[in-house]
Design a protein around this ligand. Structure first.
Ligand code: SF4
Ligand code: SF4
Ligand code: FES
Length: 646
């Protein structure tokens, strides 16, 4: 590890970092704007200046940008040299010249990087007396507010949106002191990662429009560590509540999962917690069309009588309910009478998938691992739709192999602009074999479109190319054979290959074929990882509880071996629901929102959402993650994860 000298004291730092990153990790305060740990350095703002000395005898030194200077062994710097303090003070003064100083009405106020850095750099008095340059703001759609006058030209937004997330409808326009960040004209931002502009921008140019609709200051929000419920990746989030209303969701850093970012679905998809359709009282059916609210005690007493008198009770669990809630239901009805609540096809693919997790020799890949992969084969899954943050990780993975070009030129990966210029248009390898086109096709080195059976055949062919003992696909066309060989060669030539698949096609063969590719790589001495996309936030947790498939629940009811069904947080597919409702004598639904299933139940119990309860979700890689109650909602039933209680 290199040793650097900060204010004449030695410190060991990890190799391959720049001085800013190294000093911030050591706990030093250096103001900065354009550097971002995920976006690296471009040296645009000049705020992170420090003084660098040649050696211990050098008393003069020179001012350098710490984000653009490698933390090499023996590097000597001063962070608080008077000359450097003066330099930083003048930089913030000129960056603030056109800033409107409208903190009291700015949604960013109180959690603003610009406020913090301005104070840190000592700019407390405004000397500029002239007219400020002003901009027209844009309507960027329902999620993001735009206030361009607050911009300090750090370029983080455009670097995230275009370079990191692959967006195409955002840019930087004009020149001099009129540089403008936005769209070429008003319109909804197209990237499904647009919400990250809110957190990436160090000022209040981009703020959360959904939050503005029920705004409260950051310090008035009650928060707790939580997990996103909108797909199976388990991104870490911080929801914020005030006065019984969920106000917003922000990223919570987890280096192995979502890092610094979230997708828009995860960030903005929280209003269901505040919805008018929330079930807030226990309900008993009185007539075909009418429910009567009743006290918790009365309803629970009625339900326990129904259960005691019934011929048998079965439980239908849910991939969107916590592990604890599903387990409590399974304990109540017994493992033999617990059904997983997912379709027959999904249940079968999940059982193949859990066998692979349990018995296969290949480890699962985290989102971070996917981002670091130097060759990826996606088989049968449009990840942009089913697991958005996986798309963001794959957009980083295509830079890994070309990084060797920059390495040969001795360009550090954190030195963003020369790094990107060195690798130019080089990408990959990333091969995407799916039923339809995907938003990731623009960075793929190859694509193949076919029906799911043919995708599985391609997977088998790739595995066979890597390992001749792996079963191949019969009657392979010349074209498919050539594609399979190309993919196999790329994967074999990689240091960190990853195979991605998922359950969306409902095809066991695709899952098995993807596993075969990973196994074949493992057999030939590679260190592959496998990544399966699961549909809901706790699909894998539910699969691990090994409930029987939903069609068997219908059989149990229709055969008369049970006449009472408890349905946990699950709006059952209409065809199955119809048969269950027809045959069951008593239906007890537990859910947070009104839906077709609760409408037909005999008893409805209000469930707490993720924001109102504690629990555990198991994500697509098999990672169990706890979420914690942000606030209590009057009337809802706590989940099992809350400990003793209802
Ligand atoms: S809009 Fe924000 S992120 Fe973009 S350049 Fe301006 S200050 Fe930086
Ligand atoms: S990728 Fe999935 S888990 Fe992550 S923020 Fe988006 S919806 Fe939530
Ligand atoms: S953070 Fe170093 S120049 Fe902007």
């Amino acid at each position: 590890m290199p040793t650097i000298y900060v204010n004449n004291k030695p410190y060991e730092v990890p190799a391959g970092q720049n001085l800013l990153q190294a000093c911030l990790s050591l706990g030093f305060d250096i103001p900065y704007f354009c550097w971002h740990p995920a976006l690296n350095s471009i040296g645009a703002c000049r705020m992170c200046a420090v003084k660098q000395f040649k050696d211990e005898n050098d008393t003069k030194g020179k001012i350098v940008m710490s984000c653009m200077t490698p933390a090499n062994d023996g590097t000597r710097i001063s962070i608080d040299d008077p000359e450097v303090l003066k330099f930083r003070k003048s930089v913030i003064e000129w960056l603030m010249i056109n800033h409107p100083h409208d903190c009291p009405v700015c949604d960013e106020g109180g959690e603003c990087h610009l406020q913090d850095m301005t104070l840190m750099a000592g700019h407390i008095y405004r000397r500029y007396r002239f007219k400020k340059r002003t901009h027209r703001n844009q309507d960027l759609g329902p999620f993001i507010k735009h206030e361009m006058n607050r911009c300090i030209q750090c370029y983080r937004c455009v670097r995230f949106y275009n370079d990191y997330a692959g967006g195409r409808d955002f840019g930087v326009f004009c020149w001099h002191d009129s540089v403008y960040f936005g769209r070429h004209k008003d319109g909804v931002l197209q990237s499904q990662f647009s919400g990250n502009l809110i957190e990436v921008c160090p000022t209040g140019v981009f703020t959360d429009k959904t939050f503005a609709g029920h705004f409260t200051r950051n310090w008035d929000l009650q928060t707790a560590p939580s997990i996103c419920v909108h797909c199976g990746l388990g991104c870490n989030i911080t929801p914020g509540e005030r006065y019984g209303m969920l106000r917003r969701i922000r990223n919570r850093f987890n280096g192995q999962v979502n890092g610094y970012f979230l997708c828009d679905r995860g960030r903005f998809g929280y209003e269901f917690v505040n919805s008018d359709r929330r079930i807030t009282k226990p309900l008993c059916r009185q007539t075909e069309s009418r429910f009567e609210p009743a006290s918790k005690d009365i309803v629970l007493e009625k339900i326990s009588r129904v259960i005691k008198e019934s011929k048998g009770v079965i439980g239908i669990g849910s991939p969107r309910a916590s592990l604890e809630s599903n387990y409590a239901l399974r304990t109540l009805v017994g493992a033999e009478r617990f059904f997983s609540g997912v379709s027959g096809a999904e249940s079968e693919t999940l059982s193949v998938l859990t066998d692979i997790f349990r018995d296969g020799p290949v480890p699962t890949a985290s989102l971070h691992d996917v981002g670091m992969a130097d060759a990826v084969f996606v088989l049968g899954e449009d990840v942009s739709n089913t697991a958005p943050m996986l798309e963001l990780a794959l957009r980083q993975s295509v830079l890994r192999k070309p990084a060797a070009i920059a390495e040969k030129m001795h360009i550090e990966p954190w030195n963003d602009m020369p790094f990107r210029e060195a690798i130019g248009q080089e990408k990959g390898p990333l091969f995407i074999a799916t039923c339809n086109g995907t938003p990731l096709d623009d960075v793929a080195t190859g694509t193949y479109r076919a029906a799911s059976d043919d995708l599985a055949r391609l997977g088998l062919a790739v595995a066979h190319e890597i390992d001749a003992e792996s079963p191949g696909a019969a009657n392979l066309s010349k074209e498919l054979h050539a594609i399979a060989k190309m993919i196999a060669d790329d994967l074999k030539g990689a240091q960190r290959p990853v195979v991605i698949s998922g359950t969306t096609c409902g095809s066991k063969s695709i899952i098995q074929a993807a596993a075969n590719v990973a196994y074949a790589l493992h057999k030939c001495g590679k260190k592959p990882q496998i990544c399966f996309v699961a549909q809901c936030c706790n699909t894998i947790g539910l699969a691990m509880l090994a409930g029987k498939p939903l069609p068997q629940a219908v059989e149990a009811i229709e055969s008369g071996s049970a006449d009472t069904v408890i349905i946990l947080e699950n709006d059952i597919a209409p065809d199955i629901a119809e048969r269950i409702f027809k045959a069951a004598k008593n239906i007890i639904a537990i859910d947070s929102l009104n839906n077709k299933t609760t409408e037909k139940a005999h008893f409805v119990l209000p469930a707490a959402t993720f924001a109102e309860s504690d629990g555990t979700f198991v994500n697509n890689e098999g990672r169990a993650q706890r979420f914690f109650k942000v606030f209590s909602r009057q009337g809802t039933f706590r989940t099992a994860g809350d400990g003793p209680g209802t």
